[in-house]
Ligand binder design. Structure first.
Ligand code: FES
Ligand SMILES: [Fe+2]
Length: 376
């Protein structure tokens, strides 16, 4: 799990003026929207006694801890300690880590890290969002698997004929043509390939997707990933594009929630939304037992620890890019956090505010998450 990236955490409509807890990267976070509509993500850990701010409420655009009523501005600064006599100032140390937050492409994103703005990897440019040409649906899917495995599954081209044979891919023609990788700096990569659709007829309305011509020529499919956790599947059907953007959000090392957004260029009426959702769900259901049974549960750090063939190039690109950021010291040491360590030490991903208030950086009460040593 990499810090110093923009992480999508929840869908835009799910973030309201009622504080909400989201567990991601093994951390408890609180998400809320101030009355002026601005979303905010903070560590869900009150600096007083470690109360959960997500059980609190909003007051004057500030979040109030439910335990002793300490009141924190969206930038993390405590502005009121109700038990203090009126002339007692709030200690400057009384701050909660607060993360740069933005609303884009239908998700609320937080920059989970502490590097200066100029050095932050940007949000990727995602295609097709906001276009009136597409109808959007969204939903989520839970996996008992590490997000690296889930992410790789989403860009794995060779599994389609075997795992999704009835929907796309064809077991009688499983060869993956040679494809070239197009990289997006050090932040992502993509490939476009032509897949053979299943031979058998699909019943009902969606039959139209599998016209004879498609069966002969195949379906052009684009797969991509963007760090830290997004994948794209763009299928060019004869009646238009079907686009699936997945945010694979690690809850911890063992669980992942995929918050997906589906865009379709056909059957754009609300009446087809249920069917579109069902189709996405079916694909994930087919993948789930395969991914959850993979061993080891976590992606090896050593590229040579698993055997790769040509058709795995996109996953290799992911592993290489991930390694670059691990070597940079951006990987959270979740093993250490999950050990006994976390029972007597509350840790948070450091926010930029720690660096922006240098005299406070050392005095900050909640300890920074430990990071992995390079190349282990
Ligand atoms: S624990 Fe939050 S105010 Fe005491
Ligand atoms: Fe799959």
């Amino acid at each position: 799990m990499l810090k110093n990236f923009w992480w999508p955490l929840d869908f835009t409509p799910e973030v309201t003026t009622k504080p909400k807890r989201v567990t991601a990267l093994g951390q408890e976070l609180v998400l809320f929207r101030t009355p002026d509509g601005k979303p905010q993500v903070m560590s869900d850990l009150c600096v007083h006694r470690g109360g959960a701010l997500s059980d609190g409420w909003l007051e004057d655009g500030c979040v109030v801890c439910p335990y002793h009523g300490w009141k924190f501005k969206p930038d993390g600064e405590c502005v009121r300690i109700p038990a203090n006599l009126q002339n007692v100032p709030v200690p400057r140390k009384a701050r909660v880590d607060s993360y740069p937050t933005q609303d884009k492409y239908g998700w609320v994103w937080a920059f989970l890290g502490d590097i200066p703005e100029a050095e932050r990897p940007p949000l990727p440019n995602l295609d097709h969002f906001g276009s009136p040409d597409f109808k959007m649906t969204y939903g989520q899917f839970e996996w008992n698997a590490h997000y690296d495995r889930v992410l790789e599954n989403s860009v794995d081209i060779a599994h389609a004929p075997f795992v999704h044979g009835g929907s796309f891919g064809n077991r009688n023609e499983p060869e993956v043509e040679e494809y070239t990788i197009k990289t997006h700096g050090d932040l992502g990569a993509e490939a476009t390939v032509t897949l053979k659709p299943p031979k058998r007829n699909v019943r009902g309305l969606w039959n139209r997707l599998y016209k004879e011509e498609t069966q002969r020529k195949g379906v052009t499919t684009r797969a991509a990933f963007f760090l830290p956790c997004l994948t794209l599947l763009e299928v060019n059907l004869p009646i238009g594009k079907m686009v699936l953007w997945n945010a694979h959000i690690p809850v911890d090392d063992f669980r992942t929630i995929t918050k997906w957004i589906n865009l379709r260029q056909f059957f754009k009426g609300d009446w087809a939304d249920g069917d579109a959702r069902k189709r996405v769900f079916k694909i994930f259901q087919q993948d789930k037992p395969i991914v959850e049974a993979q061993s080891p549960e976590m992606l090896p750090y050593d590229l040579g620890a698993e055997l790769h063939v040509k058709s795995d190039s996109l996953q290799i690109a992911y592993r290489r890019m991930r390694q670059k950021y691990i070597d940079k010291g951006w990987s959270i040491d979740t093993h250490l956090i999950q050990s006994d360590y976390s029972r007597h030490q509350a840790v948070v991903i450091p926010s930029p505010a720690r660096r922006e208030v240098p005299e406070l950086a050392n005095a900050w009460v909640m300890k920074e998450v430990p990071v992995k040593k390079a190349a282990n």
